[in-house]
Design a protein around this ligand. Structure first.
Ligand code: APR
Length: 178
């Protein structure tokens, strides 16, 4: 685990299972139906229990780059912020802009609820095939930029699912945060 300080705000990077994070909100890498799936989406729905899907059914889906919020139910986290990352199509279909929007819109939604701590998985880098290094740079830049003017959010956790992904985020953040 490694921590970076942006003023009085904190970015923490660690390896783990995001469903076990005791933060105010965890972010789900969902699909546009918001009706569950595999990967982190599947893990979050399994850990949260069936009420999560029931609430998701009322949301009417979610566009790529957008974010919607639900309760966390049986998760330690109070909220789940569902966002839909872009499918990687070679980088000429606004993927960078849409991926950045996932982070910014999730953080904006967290601020609206007065959320103080939020954990992100590596959105779009699994089934959606986004190149991991480019995605880590987009995630880091979006979060660092947001924390410089955040009001309620003071801790952002990047939860990686493997050591190599963790080391990549540490390298990318070491480059950005002195
Ligand atoms: N905790 C943290 N990270 C996890 C976990 C977990 N429990 N499970 C998987 N991950 C990591 C993966 O290793 C990957 O780095 O989350 C990242 C995102 O991978 P996916 O879950 O495949 O998400 P994504 O690439 O955004 O694809 C979304 O997959 O599960 C479906 O319904 C989802 O259709 C949507 C698509």
């Amino acid at each position: 685990m490694k921590e970076y300080h942006i003023g009085d705000r904190v970015i923490r990077v660690e390896v783990g299972d995001i469903t076990r994070q005791s933060v105010d909100a965890i972010v789900n890498a969902a699909n546009r139906t918001l009706l569950g799936g595999g990967g982190v989406d599947g893990a979050i729905h399994r850990a949260a229990g069936p009420e999560l899907l029931e609430e998701c059914r009322t949301l009417g889906g979610c566009e790529t780059g957008e974010a919607k919020i639900t309760k966390g139910y049986r998760l330690p986290a109070r909220y789940v912020i569902h966002t839909v990352g872009p499918v990687w199509r070679g980088g000429t279909a606004r993927e960078p802009e849409l991926l950045r929007a996932c982070y910014e819109n999730s953080l904006r939604l967290a601020e609206e609820r007065g959320i103080e701590s939020i954990a992100f998985p590596a959105i779009s880098t699994g089934a959606y095939g986004y190149p991991k290094e480019e995605a880590a740079r987009i995630a880091s830049d979006a979060v660092i930029g947001f924390l410089k003017q955040a009001r309620s959010v003071h801790t952002v956790v990047f939860v990686l699912f493997s050591e190599p992904d963790y080391r990549l985020y540490v390298r990318v953040l070491d480059e950005r945060v002195v």
